[in-house]
Design a protein around this ligand. Structure first.
Ligand SMILES: Nc1ncnc2c1ncn2[C@@H]1O[C@H](COP(=O)(O)OP(=O)(O)OP(=O)(O)O)[C@@H](O)[C@H]1O
Ligand SMILES: [Mg+2]
Length: 276
């Protein structure tokens, strides 16, 4: 993808990005999980990478209205912070949550029919994901991880979003399925024109799909850059994410998972800090 995903916030810009997050804070009691985050996403894919507990899911949950937050979240020119999750969904933001969160008592078909407005819309999902058509009578918890991810994506697409928030969509999937999910994300952004906020711990996936990358550290987006810049610079990957160097890592930088040791940002894997 060549289109820019994110823009530096420009107060004077007449054309506001689709999503504008400004000074966003999330607290759990005294723990400060998201700390004054600001970014804009106009189109394409903005990847956010970061190790466990850095606040990635909290950021997604704040944007989708699932946790209380302070600051500002503007979507399509209007403030959405404080709206209920269903109102945010109706504005055009759909969520593919971490861990998929299937509806355990429903089959694939029942899940899709519950969200889709017409049978035709559900049929479109079966065309997009033929594997789901083969499994339509199965309970969603009987599906493989990859099938569950496809169902989670289909369920989100039936909401006809302009922005898809995806929290670690390749987590726990076999490499061949990861490739398939990557293809789907490419196609959603490039062919269907969806903006995607992609949270990933698999740096290879994030770099392969995203236009821009933000590195989340201790509740903040500590660095933001074009994905191509991070992909080309192994030293930067190592410094920002604690990846092992090329000499000691035969897996190759972009295919390696961020590790939990090393790197300049490794001081606190617990993520949220006390607000003091
Ligand atoms: N409901 C909650 N109550 C209290 N603390 C929470 C809650 N949810 C998250 N936290 C804490 O907030 C911090 C950020 O958590 P969050 O789940 O947003 O991180 P993450 O980057 O998504 O982690 P992971 O990579 O493991 O999914 C962590 O320290 C976590 O323990
Ligand atoms: Mg998370």
């Amino acid at each position: 993808m060549n289109k820019p995903a994110s823009l530096p916030l420009d107060k004077g810009s007449p054309s506001e990005p689709l999503l504008v997050v400004k000074g966003l804070d999330v607290f759990y009691g005294r723990a400060h999980a998201v700390q004054s985050i600001s970014f804009g996403l106009s189109e394409g894919v903005l990847g956010i990478v970061g190790r466990n507990g850095m606040g990635k899911t909290s950021l997604c949950n704040a944007i989708t209205g699932l946790v209380p937050a302070r600051g500002s979240i503007r979507f399509a020119g209007q403030e959405i912070l404080g709206l209920s999750p269903d109102k945010i969904t109706r504005r055009g933001i759909a969520y593919v949550p971490q861990g998929r969160r299937m509806w355990p008592s429903l089959t694939v078909d029942e899940t899709l029919c519950l969200v889709g407005r017409t049978r035709h819309e559900v049929q479109e999902m079966y065309e997009l994901f033929p594997r789901l058509a083969e499994r339509k009578g199965n309970g969603s918890t009987q599906l493989s991880g990859g099938e569950q991810q496809m169902l989670a994506i289909a369920r989100a697409l039936l909401l006809r979003p302009r922005l898809l928030v995806m929290d670690e969509p390749t987590e726990g999937l076999a490499p061949v399925i990861v490739d398939h999910v990557v293809e789907i994300m490419h196609s959603l952004a490039a062919d269907k024109g969806l903006a995607i906020l992609l949270i990933e711990q698999n740096l290879g996936v994030a770099l392969g799909v995203s236009d821009d990358i933000g590195v989340m550290v201790n509740g903040q987006i500590a660095h933001q850059m074009p994905a191509s810049v991070l992909a080309a610079d192994r030293d930067l990957q190592e410094r920002l994410l604690g990846l092992r160097s090329a000499d000691s890592d035969s897996d190759g930088g972009v295919n390696a998972q961020p590790t939990h040791t090393g790197g300049e940002e490794s001081r606190d894997s617990a993520g949220a800090r006390s607000a003091g």
